[in-house]
Ligand binder design. Structure first.
Ligand code: ASP
Length: 343
């Protein structure tokens, strides 16, 4: 058997494989086989590529967690036969999807690279070709027969990021993603340069892949804004079956310290709702207790998200809620890095 790396390309949908529907003038996903016809260049790469596509490719806005399970099941089924996986998806929710997949794949020792594009692959000025070709090269990269990347990443516009550190920042520019609290894992110029120092090294652990498929979706993102009312906060925290809240606060984790607000949060925690404090700022850390406006939050059991992104916090909350941990166990797991998602 040839020693060339075997790569599985998984197409889920997104702009990369879309075409204009002339009736509605809107972009719509099209058949994956046509996508490969559009980039014959990938046949020249030094690897074997097999492809698999969602039966009905979708816009990533329609990606519910059921589709996350479909993706991890494809990886699980093909894990032993392929050296790496490249997942094409829409960029709009790519940070959410890829963050979730990073938690769902425990002890991952092979590359799982998400990519997509801002312009469809058939467009003359498309960014899809470079994104796809370099993602495949990243998935192929090995050192002494061991994959260099052993985690879930996102590749876009010359940069490889740890997926659960990313946020989509721009709806128009080719450089659509940022990773404010973690440096890129690789940069592609004339050479593809890996920042080896920052990579997760799971293959040093003697462990096999565990695939987690249960995510709890009874959660909400509560973005605090100046002037938010008691009625609004109360209505959100009283949502039926609510299990968890990603609370987006100001600066280093600050929120109003008015009695009504603190009491509502306290009551929710007492009712077994896990509340995670994440900053609205793109970069930096939550540091509860640093200002008077976060002292009470810490005291009543709000969990610090530290420097996690909102996207990764949503994923981690969905993942950990399934374990039915006590508040102190949950806090302990949430506040430490499980897949490199916090510093
Ligand atoms: N709406 C598209 C999606 O997220 C945008 C993209 O692919 O970049 O599926």
């Amino acid at each position: 058997m040839s020693t060339k790396p075997h790569i599985l390309l998984i197409y889920t949908g997104g702009t990369i494989g879309m075409m204009k529907d002339y009736a509605s003038n809107a972009l719509k996903a099209f058949d994956f086989s046509q996508l490969l016809d559009k980039i014959p260049e990938i046949q020249q790469l030094n690897c074997h590529i097999e492809t698999i596509s969602f039966e009905n490719p979708i816009d990533s806005s329609n990606m519910t967690t059921k589709f996350y399970v479909d993706i991890v099941e494809i990886i699980e089924k093909n894990y032993d036969v392929f050296d790496g996986f490249v997942i094409l998806s829409g960029s709009d929710t790519m940070s959410y999807i890829s963050s979730a997949i990073s938690f769902m794949l425990e002890n991952l020792q092979k590359p799982v690279i998400f990519t997509g594009s801002q312009l469809p692959i058939g467009d003359l000025r498309t960014d899809a070709k470079e994104n796809l070709i370099t993602s495949i090269e990243v998935a192929c990269a090995q050192k002494n027969g061991i994959p260099i990347i052993q985690e879930v990443c996102l590749y876009f516009e010359y940069k490889l990021y740890r997926a659960n550190r990313t946020t989509k920042l721009n709806a128009e520019q080719f450089e659509a993603f940022v990773s404010m609290n973690h440096p890129p894992l690789a940069e592609s110029g004339v050479y593809l340069k890996f920042n080896e120092h920052y990579l997760l090294k799971n293959s040093t652990k003697n462990s096999t892949l565990i695939v987690r498929k249960e995510l709890v979706t009874d959660i909400v993102i509560l973005k605090i804004f100046p002037g938010i009312t008691e009625n609004v906060v109360k209505s959100i925290l009283h949502i039926k079956h609510l299990k968890g809240v990603v609370m987006e606060t100001f600066g280093s984790g600050n929120a109003p310290n008015e009695t009504w607000f603190v009491n509502l949060i306290k009551e929710a925690i007492e009712n077994n709702i896990r509340i995670v404090n994440v900053t609205q700022c793109l970069g930096g850390n939550v540091n509860q207790g640093h200002y008077e406006t976060s002292v009470a939050l810490k005291k009543i059991g709000v969990v610090s998200g530290k420097d996690i992104t909102t996207e990764a916090a949503v994923a981690k909350l969905m993942y950990l809620l399934n374990e039915n941990f006590s508040l102190s166990e949950f806090t302990n797991f949430f506040e430490k890095p499980l897949r490199g998602e916090i510093s």
